[in-house]
Design a protein around this ligand. Structure first.
Ligand SMILES: [Zn+2]
Length: 91
């Protein structure tokens, strides 16, 4: 089982969290083209290796935060605030 480090509560089991999808995805303006909206809605990265994701401690404090997780080993390389930029040292 994956243990995730909630910035507020500390390490907790995966079943207390909900994944909110890719992090750092910018919503296009309402006037954007159909192709832009299709890419926003359905064009997700699927990297082998580090991926940035949004997570919520939904059965805990309710805090949203970002995680860098290795999609092969599931190792969590970094946890950082949802408003912060991706940390450089997490490569
Ligand atoms: Zn928490």
């Amino acid at each position: 089982m994956l243990n995730i480090e909630c910035p507020h509560c500390g390490a907790r089991p995966e079943h207390e969290f909900r994944c909110g999808g890719d992090a750092h995805v910018v919503r296009p303006p309402l006037s954007a083209s159909g192709e832009t909206w299709a890419e926003y809605l359905f064009g997700h990265d699927n990297p082998k290796g580090d991926q940035t994701e949004r997570w919520c401690h939904s059965f805990g404090c309710g805090l949203w935060f970002n995680v860098i997780r290795d999609t092969v080993s599931h190792e969590i390389r970094a946890v950082y605030p949802i408003t912060a930029q991706r940390p450089e040292q997490a490569a």
